[in-house]
Write a protein that binds this ligand. Sequence first.
Ligand SMILES: [Zn+2]
Length: 341
Amino acid sequence: MPVSRRKFISQSACIAAGYLAFTKTPLYTDNDLMTVNGWMAKDQMGFTLTHEHILVDFIGAAKIDPARYDANEVFRIALPKLISAKKKGCNTLIECTPAYLGRDVQLLKRLATVSGLNIFTNTGYYGAAGEKYLPAHTYTETAEQIAARWIDEWKNGIDNTAIKPGFIKSGVDKYPLSVVQQKIIEAAAITHLTTGLTIGIHTGDGTAAMEELRIIQSKGIAAEAWIWIHAQNEKNRELHIRAARAGGWISFDGVSNESIPDCLSFLKDMKSENLLDHVLLSHDAGWYHVGEPNGGNYHDYNTIADKLIPAMKENGFDEKDIHQIFFSNPGKAFTVKIRKK
Ligand SMILES: [Zn+2]
């Protein structure tokens, strides 16, 4: 595990001062990302898919239970898909399944270790889909109490493991946001201000995205700490441009054979506005579907490598653009760093 010079210095300083306890959770640096296998320097990230899934269970927060699937079977089915992505050049995969939707961090760690991919997991709650995936305590606790649970995962690990989240994953439906959806975004903002974890929000439409940004900025956080997930749900390109100009990350993460023309149109518009440095692209693909025989239809993660990148090259995007979107931007977007306005 590479250790950045700044972190090495800060760790050494702590040891010298006798603050050994701090070395368990290294101090914040501006050059690191958190994978399921621990800290990683930005230059180790490589080609990154910023929004994918390995395991999802849609049963709902009230009935979710790891006993509903066999982790060994999921491992056996997911591993060839991850190895295939690695062979296509992918080096890092950001797994976006939140708690209460099938997040299984030990499974992710096993898969990362064996496949050789860097994998990230997340903290936070998903309030989209009519709030079916929110645990009951989301309704009774304050934003501060909910944030305390997520901050605890960052400080002490997830589900009694040492595995830490690499970002905050939340979700809301279309505008207007419900009271509880607003509360989980506030909780994400509070968590960011303590942990420096980037806030990625599954978003129903552009008006909801603008509302998320307003809440986050109202807490004194810069838009650079926020990812508008599923920006393709919004067809009004002006809102993408407005959010990117404010500093946010625009995640066009439904890349498939069918969506390539739409994706190219989005990329051309962002390039003409000089905003490719705020774009993230991914498939939202996978995954093992809990409850279906053999996990159902597990889609591979290769459409970007096989289809989109060749199409980008045919449409005037050069190596520099491709490097920006798949190498530079993910490293910046997911850097663990408190970003104040
Ligand atoms: Zn997703």
